[in-house]
Design a protein around this ligand. Structure first.
Ligand SMILES: Cc1cc2nc3c(=O)[nH]c(=O)nc-3n(C[C@H](O)[C@H](O)[C@H](O)COP(=O)(O)OP(=O)(O)OC[C@H]3O[C@@H](n4cnc5c(N)ncnc54)[C@H](O)[C@@H]3O)c2cc1C
Length: 562
C-alpha cells in the first residue's frame, strides 16, 4: 500500500515536473522555426509513460529527432535529458538535475554534450548518444554584496542560468538600468550556447560574448561541480568561495583554465550558470541602408573605420557591411558595385533619446524567394544574381531604430533555411580575403547563392574563438539552405584561402566545410595549424582537469581532435 502510494506520488511529481518543463522549454523554443516547441511538448508528455526518472527537473526522452536552425543537421538522439527548474521553478533543482543526467550518461561510449537553441550550423550542439538540453533554465540569480570579491560590482554582475536566451538576458539587464557590453546580430541563442561558440558582433572596440563572462559554474564528469573564474578580477568573495567549497563545489581561480573553458563547445562539461559583466545603460541608433561599394567605402572599411566618422552619422560602435558579390566588378585590384552593399551601423545617442523604430517591414516572403533560389541555383545559375537582388532587401531592408540594444537587435527569424560559415582573419589580410570571397562566390560551381557580411571584433580571451587577432575581421557567408553541395563548395573556398597563404580561423558554431565523403574539412591537423599545436595541447590539458575521460564530446569534437 505504502509502495503504491509512493509510486502514485512520484508519478504525480513527474507529471508536474514535466508540465513545468514543457512550459519552460516552450517559452525557450517559441522562437524556433518549424514548430519545434510542439514536438518538444508532445515528446516530453509521452516520456512520462516510459518510467522516466523521478528526479525533479529532468525529463528523459528516448530516441528523439534533432534538427538545427539551418536544417542541415538532422540526427536521431538516443537519449535527451530536458533540464528545468522543476515545479517550484527553483534554480537549485536544475543543478542536481544536470548532475543526475551526467551520472546517468556515465561512461556510455559516445558520451554526451549540452545543447542550447540548436542555432549552430555545425554539429556543435548534437550528440547521437545523449544530449543534455538546458534551454528550460533561464533564471537570473541575484548576488548579495558580501558574496562578491568587489561588493561595488553588485549591480554590474548578472548571474544567469545557462539556458537564458540573449533576449531574456537583455530584458534582465536593461530592466535594471544596465546594458550588455556588446552583442551579436540576433538574440535567439542561449547565453551558454553563445559563449560556447564564441558568438560576437561587429563592435569595433569590444569583443564578443565570451569576454563578458566573469565566472562559469560547470557540472563536470561524474556530476562534479566546478566554479571557474580568473585570478584577475575574481567574482567570488572569500566567504562565498568557502560556502561553495563547503557545498562540494571545487573553486578554481585559474586564468588559463578559464580561458580554455570559455568557448569550449561544451567539451568541459555542462554549464549550469554564468556570471556576465554589464555596463551602465546606453542607447544606440541603428541605421541600415543600401549603398554603392566604391573606393571611399573600401578605404573606410579596411583602412580607417575605427579611427573616425564614416558612412555619415557619428563614429559607429558596431558595423556590419553586407556584400552582394553578384553586384561587384573588379577594376584593377579594387572592387566596385552600384547598390552592392548594405551598411548597418550603430552609433551611441544620448540616454534620454526616446525609443523609436521605423521599419517598413518585408515586402516579400524570404521563404518564397529562398525556395525559388534553392531550386534554380543548380539548373539556372544565371538566375541567381536577379533572385539575390530580390532577397537582399527582404532580409537586410532599410531600417532605423533608436533605443537600447534590445531595440536595435530584436529577434529576427528567417522563413527560408539559411546556412552560415564564418571566416576570421587579421586586419592586415582583410582586403585580400574580401577579394577572394567575392571572386569565389561569383564563379564557384556548384554556385553558392547568398551574400556575405564583414564585421570586426577585438581579440577574445577564449582559446578556440575565431577572434584571434587584436582586430579580427570576420566574413560570414550567409547562404541558402537546401542547395546541394554547399558544404563541399565551402571546403574549396577554405582550400583556396590556404593556397593563397591567408591565415584564418573558423567560427565553430557555423559550417566548417565538408569533404566529398561528408567528413569535416576541419581536422586536428588543420586545428593545430590554425591555433598552434601547443595551444591545442594546452587546451586538452585544461579540459582533463574537469573532464579526464572526455565524456563531453560529439562527432564534431571528435573529427577536429578536441
Ligand atoms: C539566425 C542566427 C544568427 C546568428 N548570429 C550570429 C552572430 O551575429 N554572431 C555569431 O558569432 N554567431 C551567430 N550565430 C551563431 C550562433 O550564435 C551560435 O551558433 C550559438 O552557439 C548558438 O547558440 P545556441 O543556444 O543555439 O546553442 P547550440 O547551437 O544549441 O549549441 C552551441 C554550442 O554550445 C554548447 N552548449 C549549449 N548549451 C550548453 C551548456 N549548458 N553547457 C555547455 N555547453 C553548452 C553546445 O554543446 C554547442 O557546442 C547565429 C546563428 C543563427 C541561426
Amino acid at each position: 500500500m505504502a509502495k503504491s502510494k509512493t509510486a502514485r506520488r512520484s508519478k504525480r511529481a513527474r507529471e508536474a515536473d514535466a508540465a513545468v518543463a514543457v512550459l519552460a522549454h516552450r517559452l525557450a523554443a517559441s522562437a524556433a522555426p518549424g514548430g519545434r516547441e510542439h514536438e518538444t511538448a508532445k515528446e516530453m508528455i509521452a516520456a512520462l509513460g516510459t518510467g522516466a526518472p523521478s528526479v525533479p527537473g529532468v525529463v528523459k526522452i528516448a530516441d528523439r529527432s534533432w534538427q538545427n536552425y539551418g536544417k542541415n543537421v538532422e540526427q536521431r538522439v538516443r537519449t535527451t535529458y530536458m533540464i528545468s527548474n522543476g515545479v517550484t521553478n527553483d534554480a537549485n533543482v536544475a543543478i542536481p538535475a544536470i548532475q543526475w543526467a551526467v551520472r546517468d550518461v556515465g561512461t556510455t561510449p559516445g558520451g554526451c554534450v549540452a545543447a542550447g537553441m540548436h542555432w549552430s550550423f555545425s554539429r556543435a550542439g548534437c550528440n547521437a548518444t545523449a544530449t543534455i538540453d538546458t534551454t528550460g533554465t533561464g533564471k537570473w540569480l541575484t548576488f548579495s554584496g558580501d558574496q562578491l570579491a568587489d561588493p561595488t560590482e553588485v549591480h554590474a554582475l548578472f548571474h544567469v542560468q545557462a539556458g537564458t536566451r540573449i533576449e531574456q538576458l537583455l530584458a534582465y539587464v536593461e530592466g535594471q538600468g544596465r546594458a550588455l557590453i556588446a552583442m551579436g546580430g540576433n538574440c535567439g541563442q542561449t547565453i551558454a550556447g553563445a559563449v560556447s561558440t564564441g558568438t560576437h558582433g561587429g563592435f569595433l572596440d569590444r569583443p564578443g560574448f565570451p569576454d563578458a563572462v566573469r565566472a562559469l559554474w560547470i557540472v563536470g564528469e561524474g556530476g562534479a561541480l566546478h566554479w571557474i573564474e580568473p585570478t584577475t578580477r575574481p567574482v567570488a568573495s572569500n566567504s562565498f568561495a568557502a560556502a561553495l567549497s563547503a557545498g562540494g563545489v571545487t573553486v578554481h581561480h585559474d586564468n588559463s583554465l578559464f580561458q580554455h573553458a570559455l568557448g569550449s563547445l561544451g567539451a568541459f562539461g555542462v554549464i549550469a550558470s554564468l556570471v556576465i559583466e554589464t555596463v551602465p545603460a546606453y542607447r544606440v541608433k541603428l541605421s541600415r541602408a543600401p549603398t554603392d561599394f566604391d573606393s571611399e567605402i573600401d578605404a573606410a572599411l579596411f583602412d580607417h573605420i575605427y579611427k573616425g566618422p564614416a558612412f555619415g552619422g557619428g563614429t559607429p560602435i558596431d558595423l556590419q557591411v553586407v556584400v552582394n558579390p553578384f553586384r561587384m566588378t573588379r577594376s584593377g585590384d579594387k572592387w566596385n558595385g552600384p547598390g552592392a552593399v548594405t551598411i548597418a551601423q550603430l552609433t551611441e545617442v544620448p540616454l534620454a533619446t526616446p525609443i523609436a523604430v521605423s521599419d517598413p517591414g518585408p515586402t516579400l516572403n524570404d521563404g518564397d524567394i529562398g525556395t525559388l533560389l534553392a531550386t534554380f541555383s543548380h539548373a539556372l545559375p544565371g538566375a541567381i544574381p536577379g533572385l539575390i537582388d530580390l532577397l537582399v532587401p527582404v532580409l537586410y531592408g532599410k531600417r532605423q531604430a533608436t533605443g537600447p540594444l534590445s531595440v536595435a537587435y530584436p529577434l529576427s527569424i528567417t522563413h527560408a533555411p539559411t546556412l552560415s560559415m564564418e571566416i576570421g582573419v587579421d586586419s592586415g589580410a582583410a582586403r585580400q580575403a574580401f577579394g577572394i570571397l567575392i571572386d569565389f562566390m561569383r564563379s564557384c560551381s556548384p554556385p553558392l547563392p547568398g551574400v556575405f557580411s564583414v564585421r570586426q571584433t577585438l581579440r577574445s580571451r577564449a582559446t578556440l574563438s575565431i577572434a584571434h587577432w587584436p582586430r579580427t575581421y570576420t566574413f560570414e557567408l550567409a547562404l541558402l539552405g537546401g542547395v546541394g553541395g554547399t558544404e563541399t563548395t565551402l571546403a574549396s573556398l577554405l582550400d583556396r584561402l590556404v593556397h593563397e597563404g591567408i591565415a584564418f580561423r573558423l567560427h565553430l558554431g557555423m559550417l566548417v566545410g565538408a569533404l566529398a565523403n561528408g567528413s569535416p574539412w576541419l581536422t586536428r591537423e588543420r586545428m593545430d595549424a590554425m591555433y598552434g599545436a601547443q595551444v591545442i595541447t594546452d587546451w586538452h590539458q585544461a579540459r582533463r582537469t574537469i573532464s579526464p575521460n572526455r565524456v563531453f564530446t560529439n562527432a564534431l569534437l571528435g573529427a577536429v581532435g578536441l
